[in-house]
Design a protein around this ligand. Structure first.
Ligand code: NAG
Ligand code: NAG
Ligand code: NAG
Length: 161
């Protein structure tokens, strides 16, 4: 009885690995997870706000021009969480200032926050947050000005490090 279970488990495990391999070997299957609203990993503020956890279960957040999938951190970034204001938004200034005040968020119809008036301490705070996001969450794209995305419709490969 137990050995039968073990054999079944082994077979399931083997098949699962096989499926994962197939998925990994086909990069096209992975990009944007087939979500048509993700334009080759490039977001504008208005495109990003769709991922604030209300309409779509996925929650995305931008930090220093990179967009991360923070769905696994929904307890923090999801509706009712302490950081919910940041869901679907560029959170850079808020993280730098350690502030959840709505005023730290750039209005959706305005150009991206250049962050060039941050103090050294604020920049440091932002950098350690960025490190946290890089380590914990999947990078799903980059954040761009509305005008920039209109001008370059050609898909480009962005590299993160
Ligand atoms: C979340 O996004 C939806 C549109 O997708 C919008 O209607 C709603 O107001 C947004 N919520 C917040 C808190 O920004
Ligand atoms: C977005 O646009 C603003 C104003 O047009 C500009 O200052 C800023 O550098 C741009 N940001 C990016 C990331 O291109
Ligand atoms: C820095 O720039 C932001 C965005 O342009 C602005 O909202 C904020 O008031 C500025 N802060 C200071 C201290 O100048």
């Amino acid at each position: 009885m137990i050995s039968t279970i073990l054999i079944i488990l082994a077979v399931v495990y083997f098949l699962k690995n096989l499926l994962v391999d197939v998925k990994v070997s086909n990069p096209l299957e992975n990009s944007g997870e087939g979500d048509p609203t993700i334009v080759s990993g490039k977001f504008t503020p208005k495109l990003l706000v769709k991922y604030n956890g209300s309409d779509d279960p996925k929650i995305f957040m931008a930090v220093k021009g990179n967009v991360y999938d923070v769905t696994n951190g929904a307890a923090f970034y999801g509706p009712g969480g302490p950081y919910e204001n940041f869901a679907g938004r560029d959170a850079s200034r808020g993280l730098a200032l350690n502030s959840f005040d709505p005023s730290v968020l750039t209005p959706l119809d305005q150009p991206l926050d250049t962050l060039n008036n941050l103090s050294a301490t604020e920049k440091e705070s932002l950098e350690s947050w960025e490190e946290h996001f890089e380590n914990k969450y999947r990078l799903v794209g980059t954040l761009h000005n509305e005008t920039e995305l209109e001008a370059t419709s050609e898909p480009t490969k962005e590299k993160s490090s």
